[in-house]
Write a protein that binds this ligand. Sequence first.
Ligand code: ADP
Length: 604
Amino acid sequence: MSLSFPFRYFRKSSLTVAKAVMVWLMLALAVGVVAYFKGLEKTQQQASARLSEVATKLEIELDKYRTLPKVLALHPDIQQSLQFPEKASPGRINHLLSRYNQAISSDVVYLIDADGLTLASSNWDSSESFIGTDYRFRPYFKQAMDGNAGSYFALGTVSGKRGYYFSYPVRKDDQILGVLVIKVALTVLEETWSAPPFEFLLTDVHGVVFYSSYPQWNYHTLARLAPDTEAQLLEQRQYGSQPIPPLTDAQTIQQLSEQQQLRLNKDGQRLTYLQAHQDMSNAGWRLFVLAPVTLLYDDVIPGVLLFTLVYVLLYLIGFSWRRTVEARKQLAIINEQLEHRVEERTSELRDTNEQLRQIIEKYKQTELTLKRTQNELIQAGKLAILGEMSASINHELNQPLTAMRTYTETLCLLVERGDTESIKQNAAEILRLNKMMAKIIGQYKLFARKSVGKVGPVSVAEVVSASLGILDSKVSHYKDRLSVTSVPTDIQVIADAVPLEQVVINLLNNAFQAIEDSPQQLIRFDIHYNDNHVSLIIEDSGPGFSDEELNRLFEPFYTTKRKGLGLGLTISKRIVESFGGQIEASNINSGGARFSVILPRFTD
Ligand code: ADP
């Protein structure tokens, strides 16, 4: 199924996002793993450094006290107090031990006789005084009585305080008289390992924790204890008389030491630690340093976050770059489509333009033909008028012709008589008549000529005079019943003289015909003008118009006359309108017709 553009785009972009998320997941995992191992290496290095630091400090501390009992055991007062107990002054020895205890910053310094009974102690005056306590069961006593330097960690049976015991035999010659013991609290450890986030554990060879940075782990064993080992420890009351529970499931301390990680309970939580350890062979201890694995997150989380940030930034840059490229592509396509459309539209327009040009061309040709036809029509109209006037032309020419014939006959008689004077007079009369005829014919010829077709300023007086001239016989006939307003010769209209004469002749001719049968036979030719227009008004006392005539007067071929063509008014209207004027017809109240020709006036 095909999807429409936005959905297709949406599907495409969500696919891209899904791919990007998958790539991010894989790369983030890789970055996380690398950061984890880097962090692991760093943490292990830090843990090792801390381990050797603490171990060194502890060794130095232990070494400091290790030799002290040996030195003190040589003190003659101490030797004598054991050799001659009956002479000894316990108070003196107690004070001596007390002074030494203060000087070497130990916890307690005390003296045990060969039977294990404490004879003197630096804490002689405290409620936890060791004096009189039997320490035969303590290994450090046995070690010293065997002639060796002894050392031992244990909880104090009297004080209940833990401490490290250093012992040495007090001799007189080869005889061991007793044992001098120094108990050290090892507070240096607490000062050294109190700095988080590392945890420290100090265990004995069996894995029993006797010192730790988290006190609740003390007197627990890291790995399970063999039953006889546990029984022995209880017997020696090294860690008191309580059972020693395990902190882990490890079967042996060796197995546990080989593991990279340890899981221990702390504050009710099961926490995982990276472990490193170091054996302190002199003391027979093992020092553990534990680093919480959460420390690794300090490297992993910022690493992954930084990577994610860079990745997102790169993705956004890539995404926006791709969007820009796509948008550009789309724009290019749209542009191309647009250009194509513009091209199509332009071509359509060009076609339409061409069609229009052809139509205009045809129109022009038609107009030309029309104009030609119209001119021919005007010409035909003129000829029609001339045809109508042929009777009067005939009449006008007949009169001089008849007179000329009479004069010519008389001339012949006068030639026979030889009357030269009369011949001259007759010939002059014939010449006059000839000129008169030429004038009459000239007028009609002038009227019959074709217009030059130029519209311009035309004198109204001249047009009126020429028109009356052509209608001379009728004008003469109705001389007393025709009134014509005179008009100054400088009144001009914008027209063409010949067609305008034709209009005036048409209207006057129609008026002459209209009054033929009317009783009054009156015609008025008035000319009015103002600044803008000139009106030629022709009124007659004829029958006027019926309603139908008024509606159809200017229709081509409309006529009520027997020999009429019905073109005169049609042509007149066309001519007047071609000058920008108008022609109107109406009835006069007193009876008769009125034609008004209104033309634009020409002013300089
Ligand atoms: P024609 O004169 O050949 O009939 P016209 O176009 O000049 O053609 O006139 C058309 C008609 O208008 C005439 O037949 C006539 O009926 C009417 N007409 C024109 N002038 C007058 C007028 N002065 N009085 C009455 N009727 C007229």
